[in-house]
Design a protein around this ligand. Structure first.
Ligand code: GRF
Length: 193
């Protein structure tokens, strides 16, 4: 991706479904001088997502959509993204799978963070599966989104060691702390910064 000229930042949207701790870290990053992006919209499929609170705190517009009629709602979202001049999308704990039709419209412009060392443990319950398999390491991955779940080109990964007495929740906590650092790093990386 091209280097940025002057002060202009790329307008982006973050998609969330839950707590939004990655959203919080991305907002923090977007406010730093070195950030090539601004976050202009928060989108959620869940009106009760805790992370929606970061909309008010940071004066970022939020929109909640019911994904029951996925095709219809995705087209609505695409129109809104266009209105907001959104050029990139960051999925951060977003629990819906976007359709091929949607992804094609933002080809190479959608990133996701996943709590495992992909290609291992795609999908849900990553920490439990890593522990059940007696893995020595796990971690997190930021990757481009393509039409196959958790399978797009990997941008960056961070490895963490699994301790002997590790539990699902201790591992989740440890990895989440790394996710908060990895996502901004991956963004700098794709902008060659
Ligand atoms: C993170 O572990 C992310 O990798 C996964 O869901 C979790 C979301 O956490 N996809 P948060 O909502 O960003 O706090």
């Amino acid at each position: 991706m091209a280097k940025l000229i002057g002060y202009k930042t790329v307008k982006t949207a973050v998609f969330i479904s839950g707590k939004g701790s990655n959203l919080r870290s991305l907002i923090k990053f977007s406010k730093t001088r070195k950030s090539p992006i601004s976050i202009n919209l928060i989108i959620s499929d869940n009106s009760k997502a805790e992370g929606l609170k970061y909309s008010k705190i940071n004066k970022i517009k939020k929109k909640v959509f019911n994904f029951k009629k996925k095709y219809k709602v995705e087209n609505k979202i695409l129109r809104i993204l266009k209105n907001y001049d959104i050029r990139m999308i960051f999925l951060a704990g977003f629990m819906k799978i976007l359709s091929k039709n949607f992804i094609i419209k933002f080809k190479g412009k959608i990133l996701n963070i996943h709590p495992s060392l992909l290609p291992k443990y795609k999908g849900l319950n990553t920490h439990k599966r890593a522990l059940d398999n007696d893995e020595k390491y796990s971690g997190c991955t930021v990757h481009f989104v393509n039409s196959k779940l958790d399978s797009g080109k990997i941008i960056l990964q961070k490895k963490v060691k699994i301790k002997k007495n590790e539990t699902e929740s201790s591992l989740a906590k440890k990895i989440l702390a790394q996710e908060h650092k990895l996502y901004p790093k991956a963004i700098l990386n794709i902008f060659n910064l």
